[in-house]
Design a binder for this molecule. Structure first.
Ligand code: HEC
Length: 166
């Protein structure tokens, strides 16, 4: 029994040494993989998050500071067209779930930055952002990027704002 324990420890230690020794020589992409895997492997905090609750997170992605002014109806109309073409198969603008959550009230429960990062960077959002992790855990489908431009993404946000102002 003692020998088995010693063997296990020895195996573990040599395994770790091996990983450590291989790490730096493998280049950047491997360490990136390691860091994206980490949050998914630790869902303990995610379990406490209600994905329907309000969050102040700005999410993970290129949008860190979105300035809002009064709702622009023409921009919102353009957003509606993009939404119907690229998002409507999975989302309704009511509180009813299809594949993904109903998007009524989304501008009340999320920051504009979070919404735009979710639209342009959904895979990383669901891997790293606590709200994104909770959404994925609830809906069990990974949203994918729908090839929308940054401008179209901003138009969709305007459409969401208009929908929530009614
Ligand atoms: C293949 C189905 C699918 C498509 C297409 C899709 N989504 Fe999603 N979306 C989901 C799912 C599933 C979730 C929740 C789980 C997740 O985040 O992956 C989600 C989550 C979201 C959220 C977060 C909602 C909340 O309550 O916080 C927003 C916002 C969103 N999607 C917007 C969009 C927009 C805008 C488009 C079009 C550019 C789009 N989605 C296209 C499936 C989809």
């Amino acid at each position: 029994m003692k020998n088995l324990k010693t063997l296990l420890i020895a195996t573990l230690v040599s395994g770790l040494t091996f990983l450590y020794a291989c790490g730096p020589s493998n280049g950047g992409s491997d360490s990136e993989n390691t860091s994206t895997a980490a949050p998914a492997a630790a869902p303990a905090s995610t379990a406490d998050i209600d994905p329907a609750a309000k969050s102040d997170s700005k999410g993970v992605g290129k949008f860190t500071d979105v300035k809002l002014t009064a709702i622009d109806p023409a921009m919102a109309d353009k957003g509606l067209v993009v939404f119907n073409a690229k998002c409507g198969a999975c989302h309704k603008m009511t509180d009813q779930k299809v594949v993904g959550p109903g998007l009524l009230g989304v501008t009340k429960r999320r920051t504009p930055e979070w919404i735009m990062n979710q639209i342009t960077n959904p895979v990383e959002m669901e891997a790293k952002d606590p709200v994104g992790q909770a959404l994925l855990a609830k809906h069990l489908t990974q949203m994918t990027f729908q090839n929308v431009t940054d401008e179209e993404t901003r138009q969709i946000l305007e459409y969401f704002r208009k929908n929530d102002s009614k």
